[in-house]
Design a binder for this molecule. Structure first.
Ligand code: DQA
Length: 178
């Protein structure tokens, strides 16, 4: 579907003005985006990254991952909200908030991915895209990690690439938004 934008009024990352019936002016450049904000939500124990089982999760800390995403978001004019909580209800609340705002989410729900009907329901109710990510390849691990309750309601799932899983999820959102 062709998108119709008045590019004169919109800097990259700023809200784009939609003009009904106008003719396409020019294609978006690769570095431009129509995604203004992204929420990156991290669940339990991910605050321990860097020291927690580095053979499984790598050496990058959560702050390293945030920094990497923040550079990419700045480049594309996207505001990054990066959060972590050890509490299931916080993740539910944050998914609901993003859903109310219609803003996309990258979610690593940690162990709650395998257990949380509440997060599953929040994603299902949210009127926004949620990409599920995992650092590790959950299908190459214990059986209890091989089922995710998030996957059936996620836009897509990226796992097994360490910190790069987050970067790939962001790239997917930016590409789909362009
Ligand atoms: C994880 C995988 C989960 O099984 C685990 O409980 C985590 C991290 C990952 O990113 O690989 O906390 O979500």
């Amino acid at each position: 579907m062709t998108k119709h934008f008045d590019r004169g009024a919109a800097a990259p990352g700023r809200p784009l003005r939609f003009e009904s019936g106008c003719v396409t002016q020019r294609a978006l450049l690769a570095t431009e985006t129509v995604m203004n904000t992204v929420h990156v939500l991290n669940g339990p124990n991910l605050n321990l990254l860097g020291t927690r089982e580095p053979e499984t999760y790598g050496n990058a800390t959560l702050a390293d991952i945030e920094e990497r995403l923040s550079v990419l978001c700045k480049r594309s004019g996207t505001t990054l909200h990066f959060r972590q909580s050890n509490h299931e209800g916080d993740l539910v609340t944050w998914v609901q908030e993003a859903g109310r705002l219609g803003e996309p989410v990258i979610l690593n729900a940690g162990a709650y991915s395998h257990t949380s009907i509440a997060i599953h329901d929040a994603i299902k109710a949210a009127k926004t895209k949620v990409i599920e990510v995992h650092l590790s390849n959950i299908h190459a691990r214990e059986q209890f990690r091989q089922k995710s309750l998030i996957s059936p309601v996620a836009r897509g799932v990226i796992f097994g690439f360490g910190a790069l899983s987050y970067v790939l999820a962001l790239e997917a959102l930016l590409t789909e938004a362009a």
